[in-house]
Every structure is written in C-alpha cells, then in structure tokens.
Write a protein that binds this ligand. Structure first.
Ligand code: FMN
Length: 180
C-alpha cells in the first residue's frame, strides 16, 4: 500500500520523528511503500477561504495559492494510508499540521473515501493528559466526514523519558506500522 506520513514536528530528530520512524519501519518491513513529508520544510500558506478551489461546491484540486501544496495534493490522492504524526501543542495540533489540513479544503472530499488514517502523537505533560484524546477525537471526526477509516492512534508522553529511549513505545509504533 502507498503510505504517506506527514510529520508536523519542527524537530527532525525529536520525539515524534522517532515514533514515526518506528511506525514506518514496521510498514516498510511488510513491503508497503512509505513516504514522509516534513511539513516544516514545506512552504504551506494558510487557506484564505476564497473558495477559488471550488466548482459547484466541490473541490477542484487546484488552489489559487502558489506554494508546495500543489505538489502535495497528488501525493495525498495517491496515498491509501495517511499517517499524521505531531507533537501536541496547546492541547491541539501544531500549526504546521493545521496549515496542511486546512488546505485539503481544495480537494474533492469524495476522493478520500476508503483511505486509512493513523495518528501518532507525543506530548510533554504527564498522564493523565487530555491532549492526545482531544486530537484523536478531531481526527476521528475528520475521518467520519471524509469517509476515511480511522485505524488507530498512539500517544506517547515524552516528559520523563524521550521517545527515542522508550523501547515500549517504539515497539508499539512498529507493531502498528506492520498492521496497516
Ligand atoms: C509550543 C508548544 C506547546 C506545547 N503544548 C503542549 C501541551 O499542550 N500538552 C503537552 O502535554 N505538551 C505540550 N508541549 C510539549 C510537546 O508536545 C512535547 O515535548 C513533544 O514530545 C515534542 O515533540 P518533538 O520532540 O517531536 O518536537 C508543547 C510544546 C511546545 C513547543
């Protein structure tokens, strides 16, 4: 399967990157085709809600903003599995992820039907921590809206142990990746 991973952390060697790498190791070990996009490295402008992308109320896949989303739209449409990986920022997703997600407004929502989604998050505050549950709820609702299958989420606290050293979490991520 084609698996597109969207890393929303600005830290390329941080906790979230480590969790995602383990997930993708698992997926690649089963022969899946994996691709990672570091959202931080892409120029992604905020959606201006101009509706220039819509025709008869439907997304055309063409946004009037000239930036890196033009190249990312085909990658999203080709993906059978989408993995969002990001650190929790203020009980929510970081701006990098939100900018990307908002710009999916330009696509025909019908084209998401049947795609699978996984969610990987890391967070600093000790458990119990409501952040990961809040973003899981958000992405479950997005999946319901788009006809996507929300396949699972893994939230890991990095507060007392960096994810890079958290063997249990890395194994969980890998196992999740093997099962996509
Ligand atoms: C701007 C900012 C906001 C954050 N907000 C939260 C938060 O609301 N809850 C929490 O538990 N941790 C929060 N954190 C901590 C990060 O989620 C945590 O350190 C995460 O593991 C960092 O991942 P990274 O190494 O991939 O960047 C925040 C960190 C930053 C920089």
């Amino acid at each position: 399967m084609n698996c597109l991973a969207l890393l929303g952390s600005p830290r390329k060697d941080g906790n979230t990157a480590a969790l995602l790498a383990s997930f993708l190791d698992g997926a690649a070990s089963k022969g899946h085709n994996v691709r990672t996009v570091l959202l931080q490295d892409r120029k992604i402008l905020p959606c201006t809600s101009c509706n220039g992308c819509k025709k008869d109320g439907k997304g055309t896949g063409r946004c009037v903003l000239a930036d890196d989303m033009a190249a990312l739209y085909p990658a999203v449409l080709e993906a059978e599995v989408i993995v969002h990986a990001f650190p929790i920022y203020w009980w929510s997703m970081p701006a990098q992820t939100k900018l990307f997600q908002d710009r999916l407004y330009a696509l025909d929502y019908g084209l998401f039907s049947g795609k699978k989604m996984y969610l990987l998050t890391t967070y600093g505050g000790e458990d119990p921590n409501s952040g990961p549950g809040i973003v899981e709820r958000t992405f479950r609702d997005i999946c319901d809206f788009l006809g996507m299958e929300f396949r699972g989420s893994l939230g890991v606290c990095s507060g007392s142990l960096p994810v890079q050293k958290n063997e249990t979490a890395l194994l969980q991520a890998k196992q999740m990746g093997t099962g996509i």
